[in-house]
Design a protein around this ligand. Structure first.
Ligand SMILES: [Zn+2]
Length: 131
C-alpha cells in the first residue's frame, strides 16, 4: 500500500476520531494541517473504563494508519504511544503496565476496522469519517 502523506495523516486522525465517537469522548476539533491532532473535550467515563477508553483513543490513530496504509516507518506513532504510556503509568504499577498496554493495543487494532466500517461512523460512499 502506498499512500500520500496527507492520506496517511487523514487516516491516522480518522482512527482517533472514530475511537472517540465509539467511546462517547467529545471531539472539539480534528485537524490534519500543521500539527495534526484530535482535540478532545472534557471526558468523564466511569473510573473502571476511563483508562481503557483514553489509551485506546491514543492508539487508534497509529492502528488506523497501520491497518489502511501499512507499517509506520516515520515514527508518526511516537507521540501517541508516549501519551498512552503516560496515561497507563499514572494508574498502574510497573508489573501491570505491559499486560494492560498490550490489551489496549489489541482493542485499538480491533476497534478501528470495525468502527470505520460500521454505521454511523461510515459514510454511504465508503469513506471513513474524518470529523
Ligand atoms: Zn495520533
Amino acid at each position: 500500500m502506498r499512500n500520500s502523506l496527507i492520506e496517511r495523516i487523514s487516516i491516522h486522525e480518522a482512527g482517533h476520531a472514530v475511537a472517540a465517537l465509539v467511546f462517547g469522548i467529545p471531539v472539539v476539533s480534528v485537524t490534519i494541517e500543521h500539527q495534526p491532532h484530535l482535540h478532545r473535550g472534557r471526558y468523564r467515563a466511569p473510573p473502571d473504563l476511563a483508562l481503557e477508553c483514553l489509551v485506546t483513543l491514543c492508539l487508534a490513530g497509529p492502528e488506523a494508519e497501520r491497518e489502511f496504509c501499512g507499517p509506520i516507518t516515520d515514527n508518526s506513532d511516537r507521540v501517541d504511544y508516549q501519551m498512552a504510556c503516560e496515561y497507563v503509568a499514572r494508574q498502574l504499577n510497573p508489573l501491570q503496565i505491559g499486560a494492560e498496554f498490550s490489551g489496549y493495543r489489541d482493542a485499538a487494532q480491533r476497534l478501528v476496522p470495525f468502527a470505520i466500517c460500521t454505521p454511523p461512523y461510515f459514510r454511504a460512499r465508503g469513506r471513513p469519517v474524518a470529523a
